[in-house]
Design a binder for this molecule. Structure first.
Ligand code: PEP
Ligand code: MN
Length: 339
């Protein structure tokens, strides 16, 4: 980091600052400019609380050079992380787009098994479906809990699809990791640090959704918690952020895809269903996400969207999903990828 000294600072203040920085384990180089003095602090400052230096008398500002995230960063690992999904064998982060699809919530056995067949036929590699649902209202359908996990496991047996489902509490991590192939952390829990730690301590890949008001830096720091706890297999998922806009449920930030890929080796996929909240926006955003470099998609599909127990307005019908997959394959080919 660079410490910029204020105009009129004293020699004692500079010496004091230098001593403080060195006590933090960093080495210092003082650069005397024509009207400014700056101190370059060299070493890994990620463990250093820069606000401690901001308050030192004579200091004007601190300019960080390295990103605060480390193990999620390309500075530490240059090659892309490719995550193999079981049992489908899909590789997220490769030149093949991985599509995960399925209902918002697991509602009943028959409809889940039918949906799994349809999405598999259309080319999906993963089956999504919430068994434990984070609902804004306590009066809304909360999910089938373990019964829902059993149906998901049965659908996996029948289709070979990778099962992706959400965990909402540390208490359920063992249970969910017994049934799921990928554990989802929902937007509302992106900064539930205990939960991030707990999914980091088990071995299934983690699908980490961006919090609805999280910056890219906070998103990557959340991934960092999981990796630091022992699990390197983190799939990032852009799912829209809260803005002033009202025509859509969230504002889908597709520019996050290349922005993440510039600084991180982790794969990033997009959820255009929660990202927009409306069926008519889902297909265009699937295509745009793939064109922008997303490694995959997670899309809500329901056999009878109108009567869905949750998110009826944003779930594609099986026919709509099939048509969208055909177009995704074309866009994938245009960016030298496969579906
Ligand atoms: C979901 O995918 O089921 C979900 C609740 O999404 P999010 O956490 O992005 O709101
Ligand atoms: Mn949903």
């Amino acid at each position: 980091m660079i410490v910029v000294m204020g105009l009129g600072h004293t020699k004692q203040q500079l010496n004091h600052l230098v001593a403080m920085v060195e006590k933090m384990g960093l080495s210092t180089h003082i650069i005397y400019g024509t009207d400014r003095t700056v101190v370059a602090a060299v070493g890994d400052k990620r463990m250093v609380d820069k606000s401690a230096l901001e308050n030192v008398p004579g200091v004007e500002k601190i300019v960080p050079i390295l990103a605060p995230y480390k193990v999620a960063s390309k500075e530490v690992k240059r090659e892309k992380t490719v995550i193999s999904l079981q049992p489908s064998g899909a590789k997220i982060g490769s030149d093949t787009i991985s599509v995960i699809a399925g209902p918002c919530s697991v509602e009943d056995r028959g409809r889940l098994l039918d949906t799994a067949e349809v999405i598999k036929q259309a080319g999906a590699v993963g089956l999504r479906g919430g068994a434990f649902k984070p609902r804004s209202s306590p009066y809304s359908f909360q999910g089938l809990a373990e019964k829902g996990l059993e149906y998901l496991a049965e659908a996996r047996e029948k289709t070979g699809l990778t099962v992706v489902t959400e965990v909402m509490t540390v208490k359920h991590v063992d249970l969910i990791s017994r049934y799921a192939d990928v554990i989802q952390i929902g937007a509302r829990n992106m900064q539930n640090f205990m939960l991030l730690q707990a999914v980091g301590e088990q071995s299934k890949p983690v699908l980490l959704k961006r919090g609805m008001s999280a910056t890219m830096e906070e998103f990557l720091l959340a991934a960092e918690y999981i990796i630091n706890a022992g699990n390197p297999n983190v799939i990032l998922c852009e799912r829209g952020i809260r803005t002033f806009e009202e025509y859509c449920r969230n504002t889908l930030a597709l520019s996050l895809i290349p922005a993440i890929q510039r600084v991180s080796h982790l794969p990033i996929i997009v959820d255009p269903s929660h990202g927009t909240g409306h069926v008519y926006l889902v297909e265009p955003m699937c295509l745009a996400a793939v064109a922008a470099g997303a490694e995959g998609l997670i899309v809500e599909v329901h056999p009878d969207p109108e009567h869905a127990f949750s998110d009826p307005g944003q779930q594609l019908s099986p026919e709509q999903f099939q048509q969208t997959m055909t177009k995704i394959a074309r866009v994938a080919a245009a960016v030298d990828k496969k579906l």
